[in-house]
Design a protein around this ligand. Sequence first.
Ligand code: CO
Length: 136
Amino acid sequence: MRKIEHLGIAVKDLEKSNRLFERLLGKMYYKEETVDGEGVKTSFFMIGDTKIELLEATREESPIAKFLEKKSEGIHHIAFDVEDINKEVERLKMEGFEILNEIPKQGADNKLVVFLHPRSTNGVLVELCQDLNFKA
Ligand code: CO
């Protein structure tokens, strides 16, 4: 793993939270994107060479809706940038981590993503992401 690519924060109202984070960080978000497969609408803020991803549920069965129901708004996942996601999945399987989706799926921000189950990572939902822009 190379660096923290972004932190994901679950929010109830993306518009409101965009304004809040704009005031907090002193800058505008640089993109909004809906990922239909995941039932989320996201926005991204650049902060140094990493990012903050805000996530709002677009439907009731969305994992974000369930998270908000069970917990509350707050940090939802930590995402690590990886060079070769399939290789990293193999390595983490060997290390005994529980992989939620072994086949990488298309995530927001032009990434291939895999999630690890929080019960194998001290309660932290971990996302691996490989930038599709740099794929050979
Ligand atoms: Co993410």
